[in-house]
Design a protein around this ligand. Structure first.
Ligand code: TXA
Ligand code: MG
Length: 313
């Protein structure tokens, strides 16, 4: 496979995963890792997730794996769960931004698995978008955002899940969820007991949880539960991100994106980023987004919407 060779030679390959597209490189090659940071314009204090295809690859990355980690791997790997593990010294510090832990995940997408297996190295891969922008859920999104800065884009069609992996840590005294994602807090708790959600301001521990992130260029406001129609300034051109088919008529939106006509959260998550990008591309003054219930996958969807809604600083 050409793509595997590009990775082995220190190049950058964008590839599909079940969550979003990743921008991959050899995690053990510091120059290649530096190119990923440069391509994304990502600040070097924001560490990357390392992708593996089998558990044997863990030995070279992490030095201890707790029982809870083992249980979570057994239950959710391959799949959209990233675990923080104590890092081995041979992993370049750039990958983990100097942190003592390394984020590892085993994607289930066959193209991702094939690439990692053939490259025969762990693959460091952030989402394949310019830093801070909405993550890519199809190959075209990657080309739009990174274009020439990627050596090769593997097109695996649209991503099935649409929001990034959940990031959990068993390193501290209690199981922690650092980023809500495709695997829900409830599902993780069933395996390891009560899980605490990491407080939002711990930006030194997980810099990628910076307040404004996954953000459109157009400012976005989240509507309140009751608010079918916001107070829009006169003449404002706005788009609406609706969770289900809007019930009211006579709205003033120039465009409406419905995430799931039947109100299915899986479908909503799958379409979230593509819908945000389509609305963002129309140059409106503002986007409005309907909230959803924060249970299950709703927690990840609301997390991404809130970060998108943060004011520019
Ligand atoms: O679904 C996903 O996870 C996708 C696909 C491509 O696998 N990847 C992804 O990567 O979302 P990225 O770089 O966009 O987000 C990784 C997040 C960042 O917020 C980063 O701060 C956090 O993981 N992270 C990585 N290593 C960490 C560490 N050692 N401690 C805390 N947070 C870490
Ligand atoms: Mg990202």
């Amino acid at each position: 496979m050409l793509a595997a060779e590009v990775i082995r030679k220190g190049g950058l390959v964008a590839f599909p995963t079940e969550t979003v597209y990743g921008l991959g490189c050899n995690a053990l090659n510091p120059e290649a890792v530096a190119r990923v940071f440069e391509a994304k314009q990502r600040p070097s204090f924001d560490p990357l997730i390392v992708h593996i295809a089998d558990e044997a690859a863990l030995d070279g990355l992490a030095h201890t794996i707790s029982l809870n980690d083992r249980l979570l791997m057994e239950r959710f790997w391959p799949g959209p769960l990233t675990l923080l593990l104590p890092k081995r010294a041979q992993v370049p510090d750039l990958v983990t931004a100097g942190l003592p832990t390394i984020a590892v995940r085993m994607p289930s997408h066959p193209v991702a698995q094939g690439l990692i297996r053939e490259a025969a190295v762990p693959v460091a891969a952030p989402s394949a978008n310019p830093f801070g922008y909405v993550s890519p859920t199809c190959a075209q999104h990657v080309a739009d955002g990174l274009g020439e800065r990627v050596d090769l884009i593997l097109d695996g069609g649209p991503c099935q899940l649409g929001v990034e992996s959940s990031i959990a840590s068993m390193v501290g005294s209690r199981p922690e969820l650092l980023r809500p994602g495709s695997i829900t807090l409830e599902e993780i708790s069933k395996v390891v007991g009560p899980v605490v959600r990491a407080p939002k301001n711990l930006t030194m521990v997980a810099p990628g949880r910076l307040a404004r992130h996954y953000a459109t260029h157009t400012p976005l406001t989240i509507l309140t539960e009751q608010e079918a129609q916001p107070m829009m300034p006169l003449g404002e051109r706005a788009g609406l991100l609706a969770m289900t088919e809007p019930r009211h008529s006579g709205h003033r939106y120039c465009s409406i994106e419905v995430l799931s006509p039947s109100g299915d959260l899986r479908e909503a998550a799958q379409h979230l980023f593509a819908a945000l990008r389509r609305l963002d591309a129309q140059g409106f003054d503002r986007l409005y987004a309907e909230p959803c219930d924060e249970r299950g996958l709703g927690m990840a969807i609301m997390d991404r919407l809130r970060r998108c809604a943060e004011p520019l600083t």
